[in-house]
Ligand binder design. Structure first.
Ligand code: ADP
Ligand code: MG
Length: 243
């Protein structure tokens, strides 16, 4: 991209984000004063042990939850300023979510699963079908369009889920432990696909507790007890490099 002399707006920005949960009279501080920005086309991993706040962070970016404090901006829009209806539109169009457990609709075929989020974008049936076929071809499943999830392997299911997440051409792809439910070889294939999607220009935010998975990203955000401990730049590993 040509130098234009100014920093482009990040695709995602968290500024001083905190989130506490009340459960059975106890308060859990899931995130405390987290700030993070994702430039367009960046590949970031959030890494930390179980319970460190990774999913909470991803859910806030995806508009599935709202912060107690601070701001979350996606595609230039501050989610806190939106109505529930507007936030649902951001969820449906600006972010693509991939989960550990795939979350596909069991009675729908691959192409129907991928076309589903486009219903909420006001697309015609033919447009939805064409886009879904295209996205499935992109993830190497052009020959599995009419298979139901039970007729697909774990890795193929996750690829359908990734195609579905990308169907509306979201500003950012969010993946929460995407290899958590597949074997090592399949996990490597899923990560290879995320790498390809990043190389094709997608902005990717990945959550994992595994170093080996996090290393696919250009930058690793280490979280512990809801706090960002440090940000590691793998593309430029000199101390303080790439800041
Ligand atoms: P991770 O994804 O890193 O394993 P989470 O973001 O899921 O961590 O959780 C962070 C902390 O917040 C944990 O202590 C967890 O128990 C708590 N937590 C997460 N979601 C909720 C919720 N809906 N209600 C109460 N506590 C929650
Ligand atoms: Mg989690």
């Amino acid at each position: 991209m040509a130098e234009t002399g100014h920093t482009p707006e990040p695709v995602v920005a968290l500024d001083g984000v905190s989130k506490t949960y009340e459960l059975g009279g106890e308060t859990v501080e899931a995130l405390a004063d987290v700030s993070l920005s994702l430039p367009e086309g960046s590949y970031t991993a959030v890494m930390g042990p179980s319970g460190s706040g990774k999913s909470t962070l991803l859910n806030l970016v995806g508009g599935l939850d709202t912060p107690g404090d601070g701001s979350v901006t996606v595609g230039g829009r501050e989610l806190g300023g939106l109505s529930e209806r507007e936030r649902a539109a951001v969820r449906g169009g600006e972010v693509g979510f991939v989960f550990q457990t795939f979350n596909l609709m069991p009675r729908l075929t691959a192409v129907e699963n991928v076309a589903l989020p486009l219903v909420f974008q006001g697309w015609s049936r033919d447009e939805r079908r064409a886009r879904a076929e295209e996205r499935l071809a992109d993830v190497g499943l052009g020959d599995r369009l009419n298979h139901q999830p039970t007729e697909l392997s774990g890795g193929q299911r996750q690829r359908v889920a990734i195609a579905r997440a990308l169907a509306p051409s979201p500003a950012v792809l969010l993946a929460d432990e995407p290899t958590g439910n597949v074997d090592t070889d399949t996990g490597a294939q899923v990560m290879g696909l995320l790498d390809d999607l990043h190389a094709a220009g997608n902005t990717v935010l990945l959550v994992t507790h595994e170093r080996r998975i996090a290393e696919h990203a250009g930058r690793v955000v280490h979280v512990r007890d809801g706090v960002v401990e440090r940000i590691e730049d793998l593309d430029d590993p000199t101390p303080g490099g790439g800041a």
